[in-house]
Design a protein around this ligand. Sequence first.
Ligand code: BDR
Ligand code: CA
Length: 369
Amino acid sequence: MKFRRQTILPLQRSARPQSSLTHFVALLAFALIVQATLFGTSAAAAAKKIIFDTDPGSDDAMALMLALNSPELDVRAITVVPGNVTASQGLENALKMVSLAQRCDIPVAAGAQHPLFQKLITAEFWHGKNGLANVELPASKCEVDARFGPDLIIQLIHASPHEITLVPVGPLTNIALAVLKDPSIVPLVKDVIIMGGSIKGGNVNASAEANIYNDPEAAQIVFQAGWTVTMVGLDVGDKTLLTHQYLDELGKMHGPVNDFIHSVAAYLIDLSAQFNSPGTPMYDPLAVGVAIDATLVKAPEMHVDVETRGEFTRGETVANRQGYVERNVLRGDRYVIEGADKVVPNAKVCTEVDAARFLKLFVSRIQGK
Ligand code: BDR
Ligand code: CA
């Protein structure tokens, strides 16, 4: 191994007697290099602290299990938001899942009960009547955390300034409430990686993606908060299809989490087949994937606004892909274009993904768990 030769030879060649301190320092350096090489990590590569905000939800379930089984991530809290299911069903699902994963140490908190300014739209049609692909998990052994989700988010950010990455994979209600209550959290957050939005049309209708459509005002607050949002949108998620090939890989091994995710994925793959797709898009898991390894995607910077008023476009994420807007100035009875002003980016918008690498990563983290 290259580092050994480089490290040991100078010691061997040295003609001069060395002090015990020099020996100690050399040995320490050697031990650290061996450790880093053998375990592929160094002290600097500590796990990334994340808060997972979720409306669980079948792909939320896959995302949560990916996060809980990835050494790169340290899940500090799970906050529940209504979306795919009601707030109470979502809380029950989250508690059952952390129990299944034997992670009662992670606080699970309830959050908002409804979107900021509109009625809740639930999605049992896609996620099964309990939101978890109709898989009945055992009762949870974990207790709910008494704190209100947005308050817990605020508390944890202040407790670990510049260390927390928010990973919201449902409507952005809880995150917006946290920002509204305490805007001082914005510069203290390390990253915000959302599953939501699209720059190529929606899944609710022609323009809007579900998480944004289910609370557009909250989404606009989050995009304009002053941090940079990494947007893992529908259009890039659609490139990550979990197919029968990957399902078969999961089926080769067993374990409570493995078997749960296998059942959820089988349900979703069957559902996708009814819509002529060979696999199920891994929307929420991909957001976790990007938290694990940002090199899985290409994400150019853009300015994104959320449409809150359009007759056909409420909930659309409107991304400026050219980086400027025309400056139109009123001259007499008409406007005249007098230049183009640069826009300040507020988002990294995922446009490409290494889907095969991500799907392999997902399967490898779940297998046998
Ligand atoms: C998003 O909507 C939900 O149904 C999924 O859980 C995902 O977060 C995809 O549009
Ligand atoms: Ca979700």
